[in-house]
Every structure is written in structure tokens, then in C-alpha cells.
Design a protein around this ligand. Structure first.
Ligand SMILES: NC(=O)c1ccc[n+]([C@@H]2O[C@H](COP(=O)([O-])OP(=O)(O)OC[C@H]3O[C@@H](n4cnc5c(N)ncnc54)[C@H](OP(=O)(O)O)[C@@H]3O)[C@@H](O)[C@H]2O)c1
Length: 245
């Protein structure tokens, strides 16, 4: 069968974790405007419902998701399927930054990074994959980082960098496991984005040069529009000149 030039948003259901603020909220705003049906997985359900109160309610479900509670991932997937009956894409966006290097930060912080940035996306991917395969055009976008594909310098969090490298590895695995059934998985790797997360991060790109969350959202929308014969394994989106990223 010949592939379409681009896929339409019409009737496609997308799950987005961590859509309460920052990049996740920008992705949700953009995809709703494009006509997708969305299931947002957030810790603060009421606050997020309120934030999206003006947008098409028929196209939106807001559900509880806490990355540290495995049962909340299963419940979110179940409720998404109850609400919409199908699933076409998963955006693993929820994430945290902690400073963990050879001198600062403890193992508890390392465990937090692993739990939120790696284990939770792994768990959601495992739960979503059968449904993504079923539709024949399933998509997974993992919001990794430029820190997922290189180690920039000694000001960086080794723990965060390790967690994002692991997320990129998981993206590659998801692409392999879903490929024959039309699932395409991308590790999207932005540099600094102007959200609360990086306000105090050492060595970060200056504020005026950071990506807008809307730019990342636009990139996600583009990735979701690509047909099955345009697989993007990973995509750096840097704010500055570096030798390989
Ligand atoms: N900002 C950057 O420069 C940058 C660059 C590259 C990649 N990224 C990645 O992009 C993603 C979004 O980051 P952001 O900049 O938008 O950060 P942010 O503004 O701090 O937002 C983080 C989001 O993740 C959610 N979250 C955090 N811990 C959670 C948990 N335990 N369970 C469920 N949700 C949780 C937050 O929910 P609450 O509102 O409930 O806290 C919030 O919605 C992250 O994966 C981050 O690593 C960010």
C-alpha cells in the first residue's frame, strides 16, 4: 500500500504525561488545536482540567498519573481506552532534573531520576504498545534531551544525563519491538527549553537563547504527522553550536 504524504490528526488519540505545565502543556495545547483527541496524565487533575477548560472537552480526558506509582500508569491507560476506545500515540514527557555528580547529590536523587525519567516511560510503553500496534500507525515520542546523546561538560548532572541516555536506549528498543506493526518511536532531544525545570541548572543556555516550549510542541506535531516510511529514531534540537549535536 502506498504511504500518505502526511498523516491527519483526525480521530487520533494521544496520551501525554506531565501535561500540567512546561513542555507537556505546550504539546497538549498544540495538539488540541491541531484536532487530536488527548488523554493527559498528570498529578494535579483538577488544576489541569481548569487550565484546559476553554478547549474542546469532547476531545480531552485528564487522568491521574504519578510516575512513582506503577498502578497509576495502568489506570491511566485503562481510562484512556474506556474514554476513547483506541490509542494512536504516547508522549513520554514527564521528567525531573536533579544535580547528581561525583561530588554532589545522593543515591536517593539518582533513584528519583531513574524512577521518573526511565522506569515510568518504560512502564507506559509496555502498557501502550499492544494498543499502538493495533492501529497500524502508532507513535511514541520520548522527550529526552541533548543530555541523552552526549555528556556536555563537568557542570552537568551525571544522573540526569544517565537517565536520558537510558530513555534514548528505550526509544530504540520500542522502535524495534513495534516496527513491523507500524509503530514509530522517536527520542526527541531538545537543548535548554524555557521552563521552570532549568531555571537553576548550571551551565545552561542563557534564557534569551533557550527554546520556547511551543517550538518543541511544533516538532512533536511534525513527528506525529510523518507517515510510516519516515522513521525518525532520534532528533537533536540544539540551542547552541556543539561538535556533534
Ligand atoms: N526544560 C528543558 O530545558 C528541557 C530540555 C530537554 C528535555 N527536557 C525534558 O522535557 C520534559 C518536560 O520538562 P519541562 O521543562 O516541561 O519541565 P517542568 O516544567 O518542570 O515540567 C515537568 C512536568 O513533569 C511532571 N512530573 C514531574 N514529576 C512527576 C511525577 N513524579 N509524576 C508525574 N509527573 C511528574 C510535572 O508535573 P507537576 O506539575 O505535577 O509537578 C510537570 O508536568 C522532561 O522530561 C525534561 O527532562 C526539558
Amino acid at each position: 500500500m502506498s504511504q500518505p504524504a502526511l498523516l491527519s490528526p483526525d480521530n487520533r488519540v494521544v496520551m501525554i504525561s506531565g501535561a500540567s505545565r512546561g513542555i507537556g502543556a505546550a504539546i497538549a495545547t498544540r495538539l488540541l488545536a491541531d484536532g487530536y483527541r488527548l488523554s493527559l496524565g498528570v498529578r494535579e487533575v483538577d488544576r489541569t482540567r481548569e487550565a484546559f477548560a476553554d478547549t474542546g472537552k469532547d476531545n480531552l480526558a485528564v487522568e491521574y498519573f504519578e510516575a512513582n506509582e506503577p498502578e497509576s500508569a495502568a489506570a491511566w491507560v485503562d481510562r484512556t481506552l474506556l474514554h476513547f476506545g483506541e490509542l494512536h500515540a504516547l508522549i513520554n514527557n514527564a521528567g525531573i532534573w536533579r544535580q547528581v555528580n561525583f561530588e554532589e547529590g545522593d543515591e536517593a536523587a539518582l533513584d528519583d531520576l531513574w524512577a521518573v525519567n526511565v522506569k515510568a516511560p518504560f512502564r507506559l510503553t509496555r502498557l501502550a504498545l499492544p494498543h499502538l500496534k493495533k492501529c497500524g500507525i502508532g507513535r511514541i515520542v520520548n522527550i529526552a534531551s541533548t543530555d541523552g546523546i552526549r555528556f556536555r561538560d563537568t557542570t552537568c548532572s551525571i544522573g540526569y544525563t544517565m537517565s536520558k541516555h537510558a530513555l534514548v536506549a528505550m526509544s530504540h528498543a520500542a522502535r524495534h519491538f513495534g516496527y513491523d506493526d507500524g509503530v514509530r518511536a522517536t527520542a526527541l532531544c531538545p537543548g535548554a527549553v524555557a521552563t521552570g525545570m532549568v531555571a537553576t541548572v548550571p551551565g545552561v543556555t542563557p534564557l534569551a537563547e533557550r527554546l520556547a516550549p511551543e517550538t518543541v510542541a511544533h516538532t512533536v506535531a511534525t513527528l506525529l504527522s510523518l507517515p510510516n516510511n519516515a522513521s525518525v529514531a532520534w532528533m537533536p534540537l540544539n540551542t547552541r553550536l556543539e561538535s556533534t549535536v
